[in-house]
Design a protein around this ligand. Structure first.
Ligand code: SF4
Length: 319
């Protein structure tokens, strides 16, 4: 197998490459070691069988016309706090805060192909203009946002894009960078659908690196998110990705995991457990449990939930 141009196996040192230390660290982190070998397709087949077998008992609760969509966010909330999951499952709203990641990803996409010099403000403004004129669900918000929201969003996105440029080497088209890359895997004739949208992928399908870019710090749950992405990509393509990386722009640091059979099996177990919980709570109306943690800070129930109030008051004292 050829060494991918996308993520060099060996890289020059920072002084010779023209990369700053943060950019050099990204190249080092994502690079492929010479002895890397892809997971055999038999591993992907075994994981596929495991997932199908373990979901078979709940599959008839859904149909192609009444499908269960399983996303990263759904798994995070159902495994985080079941009451929070129920309170937010149909309640997504675009705001400058929730739209900034979408604008960043569009700006990154434009930056890859931008000819000549550009400033972050130019690229971000172009990204907002193009998203406003697209079929993306954020378009309505961008068109109708107040001048205050527009200024806030621009500020957030310029900050993120500036830090992205500082931290990442210039992404070459030959590295096959794709932003907001969607992947989907359907089970049981479309009754259950696993869907992902990766912030950034690099490399060809047989050795893909999936990258989640975070504005804040790193958290253990981020690794679970990327394992789900790896599972969907492996099931969709029949080829396991090579590496997963959550990159914190705040810390200029990546949490990295190579994709193994164990990683894919762990993702299957989390999906199965999440689907079983969704069936129990959403369909069978089992009383959702409450699990206070950091997510209480942005939970819509946090002014009425006793557990959340107690956690947040303790959290403030701890802070
Ligand atoms: S406030 Fe916290 S414990 Fe209460 S429902 Fe929300 S996330 Fe759960």
């Amino acid at each position: 197998m050829k060494v991918p141009e996308a993520v060099p196996a060996t890289v020059p040192d920072a002084q010779g490459s023209g990369l700053n230390p943060m950019q050099q660290a990204v190249v080092d982190t994502l690079g492929k070691s010479p002895d890397w070998v892809p997971l055999p397709t038999s591993v992907v087949d075994a994981v596929r069988t495991m997932l199908h077998d373990q979901l078979a008992v709940v599959a008839d609760r859904f149909s192609r016309n009444n499908a269960l969509w399983v996303s990263k966010n759904k798994l995070t909330t159902i495994h985080g706090c079941q009451a929070h999951h129920m309170a937010t499952k149909d309640n997504f709203a675009w705001t400058p805060l929730t739209a900034r990641g979408t604008v960043l990803h569009k700006a990154v996409e434009l930056g890859v192909h931008w000819r000549g010099e550009s400033t972050p403000v130019e690229v971000v403004d172009e990204a907002i203009a193009r998203l406003s004129d697209s079929s993306n669900s954020v378009a309505d918000f961008l068109i109708s946002m107040t001048p205050g929201d527009a200024a806030q969003l621009r500020g957030y996105a310029v900050d993120l894009y500036t830090r992205f440029e500082e931290c990442f080497p210039k992404l070459k088209p030959s590295w096959r960078p794709v932003t907001e890359s969607s992947a989907r895997y359907e089970l049981f004739d479309g009754a259950i659908v696993l869907g992902t949208r990766s912030d950034l992928t690099l490399g060809t399908a047989d050795q893909k690196v999936i990258i989640d870019v975070k504005s804040g710090g790193l958290h253990t749950s981020h690794r679970e998110d990327l394992r789900f992405y790896a599972l969907v990509e492996a099931l969709r393509s029949g080829m396991a990705p090579r590496r997963l990386a959550t990159y914190s722009l705040a810390a200029a640091r990546a949490d990295v995991e190579d994709v193994s059979e164990g990683v894919l099996q762990a993702a299957v177990r989390r999906v199965v457990a999440g689907v079983q919980l969704i069936v129990a709570i959403e369909l069978d109306k089992r009383e959702p449990t409450r699990s206070p943690a950091a997510h209480c800070r942005w939970c819509p129930l946090n002014d009425s939930c006793a557990e959340g109030i107690a956690f947040l008051s303790r959290d403030e004292i701890d802070d």
